[in-house]
Design a protein around this ligand. Structure first.
Ligand code: HEM
Length: 149
């Protein structure tokens, strides 16, 4: 007895003449963001885990030091946006390939979209509103350059 597995690559909609072929741009985005992510992720891992004292050096002060420079803020936000859109778009492809029930497909795609938007907005806010001298930090953990409350 042999089982036949249907080819998953059945487009839900075909691009017709004159319409923007979003699937093509999605395909190109996966490759382009993949190349950039290799640089961003391995750069991130090297600076955090290999350089200096490695993982032992990672604490609140280490993060505060990194976010004191726009370079690392932009690096991390780029990594967040590119990876979130890449991962969500990849999951969208898998959902379109395998979820044949239109209602379930719509629910899954909607959940993916909401999760991606929430995480991108929260992550971006964290990076750009990070305050190393926040009054929420306990006094015994405050950084030396912060004014004493
Ligand atoms: C080192 C960086 C990365 C590279 C070079 C890379 C590359 C790629 C490429 C080229 C594809 C398209 C495959 C296809 O169309 O058949 C892909 C798909 C995918 N990627 Fe990435 N990726 C990277 C990081 C990530 C990250 C960080 C995530 C999660 C946030 C992720 C999640 C996915 C998913 C879910 C798919 C869809 C898989 C599928 O279609 O079967 N990738 N990746």
């Amino acid at each position: 007895m042999s089982a036949i597995i249907e080819s998953p690559r059945q487009p839900q909609q075909r691009a017709s003449k004159g319409r923007v072929n979003w699937e093509k741009y999605g395909w190109i985005y996966m490759r382009a963001s993949g190349v950039l992510l290799i640089i961003l992720i391995f750069g991130h891992l090297f600076v955090n885990l290999v350089q200096g004292d490695g993982i032992k050096a990672i604490d609140f002060a280490f993060v505060a030091g990194k976010y004191a420079t726009p370079f690392w803020q932009i690096w991390d936000v780029l990594m967040l946006w590119l990876a979130m859109i890449h991962g969500s778009n990849g999951m969208r492809t898998i959902v379109n390939d395998y979820a044949s029930n239109p209602t379930i497909r719509r629910i899954l795609l909607g959940a993916l979209f909401v999760a991606a938007v929430v995480l991108i907005v929260l992550g971006t806010l964290v990076v750009f509103t990070f305050d190393p001298c926040s009054t929420l930090i306990p006094a015994d953990q405050a950084l030396s350059f912060c004014p004493v409350p």
